[in-house]
Every structure is written in structure tokens, then in C-alpha cells.
Design a protein around this ligand. Structure first.
Ligand code: GTP
Ligand code: SPV
Ligand code: MN
Length: 597
């Protein structure tokens, strides 16, 4: 069996890379697929995979007049989101994974998963998916190869990464590639594990078919393994969007922003400024992940390792995010959205009337007024970045873009004001490190449970969180011209539980202030927490649809709330033990003593 496969492998493989061939053979020997298909990334291959997926019921064709090249996938109802409790960092020393990650000893993890992977691809095809994270030819790009028994994964990876022949060409004879192994297994949550082996540059994912668990280039390689590599190699892998904002004078400023999952990165990255901002332009470099290094000019340069968007569907409409709507108009894979009677897609928060009848995300009939959601709250679209009308020309630049501002923002119904500028790098790292975000995406009055999500990386940091924060602090020494750091919050609510700030396009007003601060153009008001916009020469509020009082409320800093906030940070710092960076614990102590307790 194994020898036939090896022969087939050598014969069909479009590479002579001995390491790669040997590894694929070894994995095939364990998983025992019936066939091995090396992906080349061609149009012909896409058609072949799509036809197969349709034949097998994995993809449902949508109305091709309305959505050319679009398909719907329904995942198993028990498999609709990332599984943080089943995600492991497998390092020799437990300490290296830190208190915020689940840990397994590498040999124990390999043994446990070998049992699951042995023979799991019998009767199935193994797709060999070579891919590049980052622009082709970029010195900062990384190469991975994902072996998967899911044609859905192969098709998604084709959108999300530079996949196929280009990746093999870039790899050449090198053995420097991430080794990813994935099987959907039998989708039993008791046999679902997402294991990362940073020391081996290896990822083994078993028993899921959902996005972040299985598109291994994304959260697994670009963030968990990426952050580990970043610490060793002196760069940063972050859960950040990257955008360029160009003023009517033609000056372009690039910013990167970290907001936790489903807290507005895609929306901010594609924002259309309000009508008062004629002549301004926002362009998307990336909507989820940034890899940042110090350039020879002493600035921080960022690339987006991805080539597509795996975006949240609910809430996306022509008012909130027209560019996302355009991005999903063709050649898009939808996962767990609802379907209209004429074969188009639908989700909660879409424009227009709610349809009378739909097929819900599980394929069941759905009627208007039903208490159940038609689309899963975490339903997503996988769209090529090239569909985005405001894609930055720099998105494919091998060197990336120079970052002038870093922004941290959580979902907070109270406490955190609309925008603050950090006094300096250490203070900015403190703002990012102590970021909190509500676990429930509450649109109504209830205050959700705030969890500490440092730099929006809680689920994605591949090593000890204390070391990660120290790495951020240490980067200062390398960056001669560091970006300015800001904290924002679009999600403050009034007494009735309504969002006070209109958000979306109006976030341009905050971005303009940030740009002005970056270029040293506007004065600020100093507070204990940081610099904030002055009431005169501050935010441009012309045409803004909320009252003066509302603006005052959303920008207010309340001492009692901040005393409670600082107190609530304590368990997080304690959990870091001796690895809690002293510069941060001191910053916190100083604030506490200034506020009084
Ligand atoms: P991931 O892909 O999970 O990392 O998420 P993301 O950060 O890209 O989140 P996304 O932009 O998809 O937004 C998620 C949700 O937040 C959607 O329901 C949006 O409608 C909502 N949202 C985004 N921006 C704003 C805003 O400025 N104000 C308010 N109130 N809601 C927003
Ligand atoms: C997130 O959860 O932050 C995402 C979606 O961007 S996933 O790829 O599933 O992680
Ligand atoms: Mn994300």
C-alpha cells in the first residue's frame, strides 16, 4: 500500500523537493488516502474541485445570474466556530505555552493524534496544498504546505492564500516550510484537536471543517506559529487590519489596528468616509492579519499575509460596508448563511425587507418572524481580495507599507472612551495589553462579560503571553521611528443599551484625528489615561448625526469606572507570574496611585 502510494507520489508530484516528497509520503503512509492530488492553483483545477464538491453536496450552487461563481457550504451544526478549548500549543516546556494557552507535551500530542490520523483518509483524497503567506517573492513571506482531505479547504485556501505552483516555485529545494496536516475525521467534537508544534513548524488539525480550525495558513500559521517565529526572528505577527488613508492633498498614511474577532476589523479596513470627507480615500491592505518588521529606514513595515477575506456575514450591508458587499458579488464561498427561494444568500442585517421565506443555515425551511436566526451568527464569506473595489495597490507589494499608527480597540459598552493617544511606546503597549472586550456581541442593553484580550491576540498568541508583551516592549529599541499608538472604542452604549457612536463610515472622524496626531498637526488635551481630542480643534463633527451630549458621553472618562477597570486587570497580570513585564505592572501601579483607590 505505502509503496504504491510512494511510487504514485514520485510520479505525479510537480516538485523534486526531497524533504517535501518524503514528508508527504510519510503522512500518506499514516493517513492512507486512496488518491493524492497536488494542487496547482489553476482555473481548470478550481473548476474540477468545484464540480466535485457540488456533486458530493459539499457546495450548493447559488443563483449564477445573481452571484456568478458563488457557492454555499453548510458545515456540521456542531462545527461552526473556532474551538479555543480544543486548541493546543505543544512545546517541550509547559511554561513556554504560558497561562493563556492549552498545552500538550509534543510527543504525547503526536501519539494521541497519530491514533486519530491513522487510516483516516481511507476512501478519501489527500489534497496537497502548497501556499504562500505574503506577497509572492516577498522576503517576509512564509511558505506552508497543507495536506487535507477536504476539497472545501482546498478551495478556500485557493482564495485565502497564494496557492499552488507559485508556492512550489518559491519553495524550490528549501526545507523551510510549515508542515500542516488536516483531516475532517468524523467531526465528532470529542475527537477534535487543533495542535501547534512551534518548535517543528508543524500543525496537526483533526475533526473539524470550520475556517479558523482548518484553513491552516490563517490563524494557525500566520498568527500562532507566526507570533512564535516573530519572537525568535525579531518581528511581530498580529491580529490586525492594515489600511491606507489618503487626504485630498494626496498624503497617504498607513495604520494597523487590532480589534478582537467580530469587533470591526473588516469594516474599518474597507470603510467609506462620510460625505463631509470628499476627496479622502481609504484603501485596504488587509482585514485580519499583519506581519510587521523594522525596515532599513527605522520604520515599522507591514504586509498582509493573506490574499482573501474570511469575513463575518451578519451585519454586512450596503450601508455598513458597501465594499464588502461588492467583494462578495462573485467568486465567493459562503459558509452557514441562509438561502433565498431564488438561490441567493441572506443573513441578519442585510439590506431591505426580511424575506418571507428562507432556507436557514442548516438547510431547514425558515419563516419571517421566526425566533431562530436564519444565518448562523458566525456565518462567513470567503472572497478574493481582488474583488474589493478599494484594494490597495500595495497589498501585493513584497515590501509592504510603512505603519504610522497602531490602534487597539475592544468592544466595550462603558468605561473606554472613543479615542485616546498613548503618551509613549510603553504606555501604548500597556493600552494594548490591558485591552478588554465583551464576549457577547450585545446590541441591546446588557453589559457582556469583559475578558482580557491583550492586543486581540488571546486566542492566537503561540507562546507565553508575558514573553509576548515583553517582545512588544523590546521592539521599541529596534524601531527608530515608531508608530504612534492609540486606543479606540466604537461600542459604548447609552442607558438604553444603544450604541452611542454611529460607527462604520463615521469612524473616519477618529481616523482623521489619529492622522493629524501622527503628523503633529493638532493639539490635545492631557488626561491621566492619555491624550484625547480637545473640544476645540479636536474631532471633526460636521454633519455627524448625534448630539453634543452624546459626543460628550462617548468621549467621557469616568474615574469610578476606571478604578474598577484597573482593579479588574489584576488577575491577568497575576496570571503572568514572574513574566509580567515590569514596565507594564509599574505603569498600572502609577495609574492606580494617581487615580486613588
Ligand atoms: P474577525 O473576522 O472575526 O476577526 O472579525 P472582524 O474584526 O473583521 O469584525 P467585522 O468587521 O466583521 O465586524 C463584526 C461585527 O461588528 C459586525 O456585526 C459589524 O456590523 C460590527 N461592527 C463593525 N464596525 C462597527 C462599528 O463601527 N460600530 C458598531 N456598532 N458595530 C460595528
Ligand atoms: C476570527 O475568529 O478572528 C476570524 C475567523 O477571523 S477564523 O478564521 O475562524 O479564526
Ligand atoms: Mn480574525
Amino acid at each position: 500500500m505505502a509503496s504504491t502510494q510512494n511510487a504514485a507520489l514520485q510520479g505525479n508530484a510537480p516538485t523534486k523537493n526531497a524533504e517535501l516528497l518524503a514528508w508527504v509520503a510519510k503522512m500518506a503512509q499514516m493517513t492512507q488516502p486512496d488518491n493524492i492530488v497536488w494542487c496547482d492553483g489553476s482555473e481548470e483545477e478550481k473548476k474540477r474541485f468545484t464540480d466535485l464538491a457540488v456533486k458530493e453536496g459539499i457546495l450548493i450552487p447559488l443563483n449564477q445570474q445573481k452571484r456568478p461563481g458563488c457557492y454555499l457550504h453548510r458545515s456540521n451544526p456542531n462545527d461552526v466556530a473556532r474551538v479555543e478549548h480544543l486548541t493546543f500549543i505543544c512545546t517541550t516546556n509547559k511554561e513556554d505555552a504560558g497561562p493563556t494557552n492549552n498545552w500538550m507535551e509534543p510527543e504525547a500530542a503526536y501519539t494521541k493524534l497519530t491514533h486519530l490520523f491513522t487510516g483516516c483518509m481511507k476512501g478519501r483524497t489527500m489534497y496537497v496544498v502548497p501556499y504562500v503567506m505574503g506577497p509572492l517573492g516577498s522576503p517576509f513571506a512564509k511558505i506552508g504546505v497543507e495536506l487535507t482531505d477536504s476539497v472545501y479547504v482546498a478551495l478556500n485556501m485557493r482564495i485565502m492564500t497564494r496557492m499552488g505552483k507559485a508556492a512550489l516555485d518559491m519553495l524550490g529545494d528549501s526545507n523551510d516550510f510549515n508542515r500542516g496536516l488536516h483531516s475532517t475525521g468524523d467531526l465528532n467534537p470529542d475527537r477534535r484537536f487543533i495542535c501547534h508544534f512551534p518548535q517543528d513548524n508543524t500543525i496537526w488539525s483533526f475533526g473539524s471543517g470550520y475556517g479558523g480550525n482548518v484553513l491552516l495558513g490563517k490563524k494557525c500559521l500566520a498568527l500562532r506559529i507566526g507570533s512564535y517565529l516573530g519572537q525568535h526572528e525579531g518581528w511581530l505577527a498580529e491580529h490586525m487590519l492594515i489600511l491606507g488613508v489618503t487626504s485630498p492633498k494626496g498624503e497617504t498614511t498607513y495604520v494597523a489596528a487590532a480589534f478582537p474577532s467580530a469587533c470591526g476589523k473588516t469594516n474599518f479596513a474597507m470603510m467609506i468616509p462620510p460625505k463631509e470627507y470628499e476627496g479622502w480615500k481609504i484603501e485596504t491592505v488587509g482585514d485580519d492579519i499583519a506581519w510587521m518588521r523594522v525596515g532599513p529606514d527605522g520604520r515599522l513595515w507591514a504586509i498582509n499575509p493573506e490574499a482573501g477575506y474570511f469575513g463575518v456575514a451578519p451585519g454586512t450591508n450596503y450601508k455598513s460596508n458597501p465594499n464588502a458587499m461588492a467583494s462578495v458579488s462573485k467568486d465567493t464561498l459562503f459558509t452557514n448563511v441562509a438561502m433565498t427561494p431564488d438561490g441567493d444568500v441572506w443573513w441578519e442585517g442585510m439590506d431591505g425587507e426580511v424575506p418571507e421565506e428562507l432556507t436557514d443555515w442548516q438547510g431547514r425551511p425558515w419563516k419571517k418572524g421566526s425566533t431562530e436566526k436564519a444565518a448562523h451568527p458566525n456565518s462567513r464569506f470567503t472572497a478574493p481580495a481582488s474583488n474589493n473595489p478599494v484594494l490597495s495597490a500595495k497589498a501585493n507589494d513584497p515590501m509592504g507599507v510603512p505603519i504610522s499608527a497602531l490602534i487597539f480597540g475592544g468592544r466595550r459598552s462603558n468605561t473606554v472612551p472613543l479615542v485616546i493617544q498613548a503618551f509613549n511606546w510603553t504606555h501604548g503597549v500597556f493600552l494594548g495589553a490591558t485591552m478588554g472586550s465583551e464576549t457577547t456581541a450585545a446590541a441591546t442593553g446588557k453589559v457582556g462579560v469583559v475578558r482580557r484580550d491583550p492586543m486581540a491576540m488571546l486566542p492566537f498568541c503561540g507562546y507565553h503571553m508575558g514573553d509576548y508583551l515583553q517582545h512588544w516592549l523590546d521592539m521599541q529599541k529596534k524601531i527608530a521611528h515608531p508608530p504612534k499608538i492609540f486606543q479606540v472604542n466604537w461600542f459604548r452604549q447609552d442607558k438604553n443599551g444603544k450604541f452611542i457612536w454611529p460607527g462604520f463610515g463615521d469612524n473616519m472622524r477618529v481616523l482623521e484625528w489619529i492622522v493629524n496626531r501622527v503628523h503633529g498637526r493638532v493639539p490635545t488635551e492631557e488626561t491621566l489615561l492619555g491624550w484625547v481630542p480637545r473640544s476645540d480643534q479636536g474631532l471633526n463633527l460636521k454633519g455627524l448625526d448625534i448630539s453634543q451630549e452624546a459626543v460628550a458621553e462617548v468621549t467621557s472618562i469616568k474615574e469610578d469606572e476606571w478604578k474598577a477597570e484597573l482593579k479588574s486587570q489584576e488577575p491577568f497580570f497575576e496570571s503572568l507570574g514572574l513574566k509580567a513585564p515590569e514596565a507594564l505592572t509599574l505603569t498600572r501601579k502609577l495609574l492606580i496611585s494617581r487615580l486613588g483607590s
